[in-house]
Each structure stands twice: as C-alpha cells, then as structure tokens.
Design a protein around this ligand. Sequence first.
Ligand code: BEZ
Length: 221
Amino acid sequence: MEYNNNQQEQQVISLPRIGDPAPAFEAETTHGTLQLEDFKGSWVILFSHPADFTPVCTTEFIAFQEIADDLRKLNTELLGLSVDSVHSHIAWVRNVKEKMGVELTFPIIADLNKDVAKKYGMIMPGESTTETSRAVFVIDDKQIVRAVIYYPLSTGRNMPEILRLVKALQTTDEHGLATPANWQPGEMAIVPPPKTQEEADERAASDEFECKDWYFCKKHI
Ligand code: BEZ
C-alpha cells in the first residue's frame, strides 16, 4: 500500500505488484459491462490512457490495434481504460475510424468514478490527479499480475516491447527458463542459476546447456 500525501485526497492507493492476484472489477465498457473474471483463461493487457481525443493516446490506440491479432495468437486480450465516459470513448473510436481509417475492436473501460484506476494505482497524483497515467498490467490466464509498466503522460508506449514481454512470460512458463536482455523469440533462453554447491558442480560438468560459467548457461528452445 502507498499513501497519497495530498491532504485533500487522503486515501489508500493500491498498487498491485507482480505475483499478486489482479484486483477484481466490474466496469462499464464500450462492449457493455465486463468483469475481469470474464477474461479467465485468457491473458489480458489492461492498460490506461490519460484521455480520449488526445494525440499521443490516439497513436497508442492505433498501435495497440495493430498488435491485437498477434496478441490474440498468444491468447491475450486488450482492455483499455480511462476516466472518460462511455459516450466519449464511442465518439473517439468512431473518430479514429473516420479520420485515421483504423477500427478499434477491443473494449475500453469508462472509469468515470475511478474505481478501477484506484484499484490498480493508475493515477499518479504527482503527475495528474484527474487523468490516468500510461499504465500496463499484464495479467495471466489465472488472473495473476505478471508484469507492470508505467509511462508518463508525455511518452507513448512501445508495442513491440509489450508483445515481446508477453512472449517472454509465456516462454518462461512453458520452459521454466528466463530470458536475457533484448531477447527475441527464437533466441536462446537463460537457465536459472543453481541454488546449491552440488547443483553448481553438476551444471559445470553438464553438456546439456551452453555455459560460459557455472552460473551463466543458455539453452535452445
Ligand atoms: C496525449 O495523449 O497526447 C496526451 C495526453 C495527456 C497529456 C499529454 C499528452
């Protein structure tokens, strides 16, 4: 728990951490009322944006739509959120289609009373008390928070990194391996370091992996 030190808005702000159950919610969206529970069995990218009809957000929504098919192949659904009304979202979605030629097909939460934003710590009072920052929660098929990214209002997010992150997490789950810096699918993964002297000796003698040393081994997957 973290505390907002603005005296007028003394409230507990939840910040779900990696490994925590994703906070449950029911919310009004552009696709009707949805609960987080509806997504059980799929991975979810729950992301917030500051406001509809703003330029950086528009570029982000178009970019999210561009990776939606790739995400779906990874059993991953997009779910946007801002504190705008559902009518504002609908008008913006229609505007993006008309002016930019892109149909936004994923639901967007209308979090007018900030219920979901507060549960997920999406408002950064030091930056803005009225808008959600650019938060991304990667929630797995068991509804556990697996990764969290926060960007400031001024910086649009990087979609290849979000896609890479989902692929890396799913690779970790499937193979029990970690992924190195700048890892891309198809590249070797990292074997978690040994936890005992005995394991270290075994690892050093093993030809199962490509090792630089007992603690630094990679494996083809
Ligand atoms: C934008 O999306 O362009 C934006 C939104 C809030 C603050 C700054 C930029």
